[in-house]
Design a protein around this ligand. Structure first.
Ligand code: BV8
Length: 250
């Protein structure tokens, strides 16, 4: 696949959307690849408010398992996470990283300007007082809220199906003004994230590139496509894009 590097104003904003595919080579499961999370669990049971009401123990067990998995020392950011952090540091126009992922691998890879639109696995939220707390242990019905001291109201700070994703206004604003929109490691199944490329194409002026292991259902919505392993294609793309900067900026 020939790599097409768009000619981009160094002062323009870059918006990047990532999905589970960018964390796959770090050892975390994706959702819809063979053997993925939704092959092991019914999303209605573990990723909806109704499922949580029906069987909170099942949902707590689902997220406790993923939280413990993420905290395994074997799980580390890969070259793709690190390349995006380098791009954020080196690109004059700024980079906004919008991730659907609830892991902390972008942070550990060095990125700072991050929006976790589907929430974060290492945070919990009290349904009574709405306080959000960093959390690295198991969570359950017995967990007491550190802020209001009530129990029975703690849930993962994660956006389930039917719930509004986080910081949508901020994301919408960035999509309208970005000069480049990269979609990395996402199947483009879940909305509103899957609609961001259309938002850019209809109301913005950004060049849209799909970077994924293989073409997705939304591939025709993108101006360019780069297929391959994220840990290979993302560092290569970042290096080539930064090489287009006038020497003074680089
Ligand atoms: C909402 C919980 C609105 C966290 C998740 C139209 C408009 C608006 C909404 C809808 C709509 N149509 C339908 C809806 C409803 C629904 C939806 O989209 N349903 C789908 C199934 C049709 N959307 C919602 O409910 C959202 N809420 O819209 O609210 C609203 C309005 C008013 C009032 C209230 C609400 C909420 C969506 C969030 C749901 N939560 N998860 C968690 O447990 O993690 S979704 C889940 O899917 C994860 O968050 C995940 O991030 C997300 C997307 O999956 P991907 O990241 O793309 O992962 P996937 O496995 O699918 O793909 C991985 C890709 O990587 C593959 O393509 C593969 O090829 C690639 N890959 C693999 N290895 C590599 C690789 N690529 C590169 N390198 C590799 N090595």
């Amino acid at each position: 696949m020939t790599m097409t590097i768009p000619s981009l104003d160094p002062q323009s904003l870059i918006v990047i959307l990532t999905g589970a595919g960018i964390s796959k080579e770090s050892g975390l499961d994706t959702f819809r690849c063979a053997g993925g999370i939704w092959a092991q669990y019914d999303l209605e049971d573990v990723a909806t408010p109704q499922g949580f009401l029906r069987n909170p123990q099942l949902v707590h067990g689902f997220y406790n398992g993923r939280r413990a998995g993420l905290l395994d020392k074997e799980i580390q950011p890969n070259a793709a996470h690190k390349a995006l952090a380098h791009l954020e540091q080196a690109w004059p126009g700024g980079v906004l990283l919008v991730t659907q992922n609830i892991d902390d691998l972008h942070e550990r890879g060095g990125s700072q300007n991050i929006i976790h639109m589907h929430g974060e696995l290492l945070k919990i939220r009290c349904e009574h007082c709405h306080t959000i707390t960093e959390w690295r242990e198991d969570l359950g019905l017995e967990t007491v809220c550190g802020a209001c001291q009530r129990k029975g109201g703690m849930r993962p700070h994660v956006v389930w199906f039917g719930e509004m994703p986080l910081q949508m206004a901020e994301i919408g604003e960035a999509l309208q003004k970005c000069g480049l929109f990269l979609s990395i490691g996402t199947s483009g199944h879940v909305y509103p994230a899957a609609g961001f490329v259309s938002d850019v194409q209809q109301r913005g002026h950004g060049h849209c590139i799909e970077m994924n292991l293989e073409p997705t259902a939304g591939q025709s919505l993108f101006d360019d496509h780069i297929y391959g392993l994220a840990s290979e294609v993302v560092p290569d793309f970042v290096q080539k894009l930064l090489a287009t900067l006038p020497q003074a900026c680089a």
